[in-house]
Design a protein around this ligand. Structure first.
Ligand code: ARG
Length: 488
């Protein structure tokens, strides 16, 4: 009875979370709101200060919003999917220190440019690389999908691609690449924030930044262009840029002597300073929330599929449903979960304003269901055929025998395999960063992109996953023991 009540409470809780995350309320209901795609590890244009995204692009948008009585909702996302996002209508515009290039012009419309920039080379102080000419023989790090990436690939050599510039820099700090090609403004920020790096005076290429919109969205384009013109003429644009450029220097950490002092220091910067541990805690909650709901969807749906498939196997009924289930299993198990997640986010829910957490819950739930289904089906099939016959000859219907005789035994047999599936599911959610969801892994990434330290954030993230998995294993073992006791 108590257990039933607890289960009910849990279900109600999940439902409420689902509803709450599903209908995130728009903050300024009265104003027309546009969503803006950006990749927020790009100081001083867009970056996190605490949990808030700030920067030149953000301030320009705020001013445009103020002058036109509209509001903008910022959407942090992976840079390499930013053009797709605006094309598919996932966001209304992109403001992300985005360089105007001919290739991109074929896909989207650009506003007038609002800032000039250049790609520069960052190297360690003692590097033998002195200019563009020296790049062809060294390993070059770039941000995946950036104009720097395209330029290096087309004119110099195949680069190493990282999700953002800061991670390319920390790869260079770790000796993984010899030079990084990056936009000048974030480059200055990164160099000011790490030790022993310099920017070479000779730029690789000059560029212009502009905002991008879906082709045909001319009303918004006009509004942006007119306001950008005004802001240029009255000096607001220059003032915003200048102010951020002036502040574009993170305070340099004194490097401590000795391993332990260094570690303690890094710990302080990685987790304590600016409340950075919040990224991990908030991320952890998102991870748990997604995994929990996905597991629930997986169980319910997987269970259904398993029953349909074994009924078809055992009785020859439900042929059509069985066929549909088989197609489902083939497709889901035959394609990578990252691709499924991206398809669900960008294609299926492409033009719907739906919370990413909900998308992830659905994607992981649907994926897990396929595996759960096969696990449970193997359990059903492993129960001796005589059990079904015995049940039926006692006068029980097929359904009752299935429910009261077969399934309880099947469940007990597959519990270890099911537990394994949940462990996999929990860790698999770490790919949520692909749709820029701030889960635990992404939380660690954000810290890494701010502190350039790979070691502690990665270990902390790993340790937290490990603890969760150990706890889960422990609970599963308890459940197994309890079921075993009931046997006697
Ligand atoms: N300017 C480069 C480009 O357009 C890099 C921009 C990266 N922006 C960002 N917010 N991460 O490709």
């Amino acid at each position: 009875m108590n257990r039933l009540r607890a289960l009910n409470a849990l279900l109600a809780l999940l439902l409420v979370t689902l509803l709450l995350t599903g209908c995130e309320r728009q903050e300024s209901e009265a104003l027309p709101t546009y969503t803006v795609g950006m990749e927020a590890t790009f100081p001083p244009y867009e970056f996190y200060r605490g949990t808030e995204i700030v920067g030149i692009d953000v301030d320009i948008l705020k001013e445009i919003g103020r002058r036109n009585k509209v509001s903008f909702k910022l959407e942090d996302m992976a840079f390499d999917s930013i053009i797709t996002a605006v094309q598919t209508g996932k966001v209304d515009l992109v403001a992300s220190g985005l360089t105007v290039t001919e290739d991109r012009r074929k896909q989207v419309n650009f506003t007038r440019s609002y800032a000039g920039a250049k790609q520069v080379i960052i190297v360690p102080e003692n590097s033998s690389v002195k200019g563009v000419a020296d790049l062809s023989n060294v390993r070059i790090g770039v941000q995946h999908g950036s104009s720097g990436d395209t330029y290096v690939t087309e004119h110099i050599r195949e680069p190493e691609r990282y999700t953002n510039g800061a991670l390319a820099i920390s790869a260079m700090n770790a000796g993984k690449v010899d030079a990084v090609v990056l936009d000048n403004a974030p480059a200055e920020n990164h160099v000011a924030g790490s030790h022993g790096l310099v920017i070479l005076p000779e730029p690789v290429v000059e560029e212009q930044y502009a905002m991008a919109l879906r082709k045909g969205n001319d009303k918004l384009l006009n509004m942006l262009n007119i306001t950008l013109d005004e802001m240029d003429a009255d000096g607001t644009l220059a003032a915003i840029i200048e102010q951020h450029m002036r502040e574009n220097k993170p305070e340099m950490q004194e490097q401590a002597e000795g391993l332990f002092a260094r570690l303690a220091d890094d710990f302080q910067t990685d987790f304590i300073k600016n409340g950075r541990w919040h990224y991990l805690l908030d991320g952890l909650l998102v991870t748990v929330e997604i995994a929990l709901v996905a597991a629930l969807i997986g169980i319910v749906l997987g269970f259904l599929i398993a029953v349909i498939r074994s009924t078809a196997d055992l009785t020859g009924r439900l042929r059509l449903l069985d066929w549909i289930c088989r197609v489902y299993l083939t497709v889901v198990r035959g394609t990578p979960i990252v691709v499924q997640l991206l398809i669900i986010y960008f294609v299926i829910f492409g033009s719907v304003d739906i919370s990413k957490v909900l998308v992830a819950m659905v994607a992981f739930g649907l994926n897990s269901a396929a595996y759960v289904a096969e696990i449970i089906r193997s359990g059903i099939m492993s129960v001796d055929r005589g059990q079904m016959e015995a049940g039926r000859s006692l006068g029980m219907s097929y359904g009752t025998t299935m429910r009261c005789v077969i399934l309880p035994q099947a469940f007990k047999n597959v519990l270890p395999a099911l537990g394994n599936e949940f462990i996999v599911l929990l860790k698999e959610t770490s790919i949520c960063g692909y749709i820029a969801l701030q889960d635990l892994t992404k939380g660690g990434d954000i810290i890494r992109s701010q502190t350039y330290d790979a070691f502690l954030p990665l270990f902390a993230v790993a340790a937290i996953y490990l603890c969760m998995v150990m706890l889960l294993s422990h609970l599963l073992k308890k459940l197994e023991l309890r079921l075993k006791k009931n046997e006697r």
